[in-house]
Structures are given as C-alpha cells and as structure tokens.
Design a protein around this ligand. Structure first.
Ligand code: C5P
Length: 243
C-alpha cells in the first residue's frame, strides 16, 4: 500500500501557494492538500494549475449534503483529475454511496480520475479532531463515546465502498482493527518531536504515526512555516517512510 506525506497548502491565494511550490523545483513533487480556503479563493483553476505542475492532489472539500447533490458535485470534481477527495461520514451511508457513484461515473467518462487513471480515492471525515467527546454528546446528542462513534462512522464508510477515513493518528490503530488493514487512514495532527504543537491537541510524530497505522500523514505548518520548507518536508518523508 502506498504511504506518503501530504503537505496541507493552507494559503490564502494563488501567489503565495505558487511561490511556496517554486521552492520544490528540482525536488520530488510533494502530494498536496488543497482545502476550502484556497479552493474558495481561487476556484478550480488553482487545482488545474497545481496538477499541471505534476503534484498529486488531495482536494479536501468535505462534502456534506443530500445524496443527489453530493453525487452531482462529485461528478463535477471528478473532472479535476485529483487523486483523493472527501465527504463527511455524518452525511450517512446513502450519501457516501452517492458520492462514490458520482465520482466513479464522472471518471468513467474519461474526464479525470487521478494521476493513475483510476477514480480518485474517496475518504470520509469521521468526527473532526476539533470536536470533543463532551461537545459531541451535549450539543449533538450523540450518546456513544467518541471512539465508538469514530469506529462506527469508519465502518459505515467502508460499507459504502469508500477507501478510508481522515482521523487523528492516535485513532488509526482502532480504525484498522475495525475495518481491516487495507482501509486507508489519512491523519493530520503531526508534529516533529522537537517542535511546537500550535493549536493542535492530539498530535504525534511522523514515525509514531507510521507505527500506529497511518497511510498518509497530512502536515501543514511544520513544513509551510519552516525556515526551510524543503528540508522540513524531506525530514517528514525520512521519518515517516524510512524510520
Ligand atoms: O498546520 P497543521 O499541520 O496543523 O495542518 C493540518 C491540516 O489538516 C490543516 O489543513 C487542517 O485543517 C487539517 N485537518 C486537521 N484535523 C482534522 C482534519 C483536517 O488538522 N481533523
């Protein structure tokens, strides 16, 4: 199974993003995460432009709507030739099945489908790592514990045919145990052992994330805010892929 480091391109606009990427000229092209901020600011053109530069892309738009809307939206996104995209598992199994159908049908028309020619990987957000168990129970009236909820959402995603989930690296082992080793875990919340936590709470290092079972780690500020982003990225690769 492919393991990789994904850099979260949490930049406000095109110029900042492209000058960040210019530093990687002549190096391995990193897998990049494009999130809502950049996508809403620049639209699909920024995805096409980054794709033209040869980067694999995780389009992190976290779709959550009625199944018909999500199916049609995924069909459109499949035309962008990304490698990974996502939905909220809270949209239910039916919504996740619709997402997969939209993505698959769109890709089958030959308009997109990721750099491998197959459809993009489709993963689900379980419970956001910013949601505490206390708030989930008190505000959302979900009576189960947070780990039980995460495992149930992951099972729903697997049953809907999705490829994996986004979760905290500390949850990767229980997701693998419930859904099998092939079910992908994509994990933000990564920090070097000697660095600041920023606002992240449940964090771990690249090497520990691999041990627990992460397939892809998503790393933002430890690379984007580093004095030498290329060196920080290479350190991540080294610690995650060759610990
Ligand atoms: O800068 P940092 O490494 O904290 O960035 C992590 C990235 O992963 C950000 O884009 C953040 O929005 C995203 N993310 C997260 N926790 C989640 C889901 C996504 O940190 N549960």
């Amino acid at each position: 199974m492919a393991k990789d480091v994904i850099i979260a391109c949490d930049f406000a606009g095109r110029q900042q993003t492209l000058s960040f990427l210019d530093a990687f000229e002549g190096h391995r092209k990193p897998f990049l995460k494009i999130g809502m901020e950049l996508f809403y600011a620049e639209g699909p053109d920024i995805v096409r432009e980054i794709r033209r530069r040869g980067h694999p892309i995780f389009l992190d738009l976290k779709l959550h709507d009625i199944p018909n809307t999500v199916r049609k939206a995924m069909k459109v996104l499949s035309g962008l030739d990304v490698d990974m995209c996502n939905v909220h598992a809270a949209g239910t199994r039916k919504m996740m099945e619709a997402a997969l159908e939209g993505l698959t049908k769109g890709s089958a028309q030959g308009t997109g489908g990721g750099s491998t020619g197959a459809r993009p990987l489709l993963i689900a957000v379980t419970q956001l790592t910013s949601t505490s168990e206390e708030r989930m129970q008190r505000e959302l009236l979900i009576g189960a514990g947070i780990n039980e909820t995460i495992v149930q959402y992951a099972r729903n995603a697997r049953e809907a045919g999705l490829d994996g989930v986004v979760c905290s690296p500390l949850e990767a082992a229980m997701v693998k145990e419930a859904c099998g080793p092939q079910f992908l875990t994509v994990t933000p919340g990564i920090r070097f052992a000697d660095a600041s936590q920023d606002d992240q709470v449940r964090i771990t290092t690249p090497a520990r994330a691999r041990e627990i079972g992460s397939d892809y780690i998503v790393v933002g500020r430890p690379v984007t805010a580093a004095p030498d982003p290329v060196a920080a990225y290479e350190r991540c690769l080294q610690e995650f892929l060759n610990p």
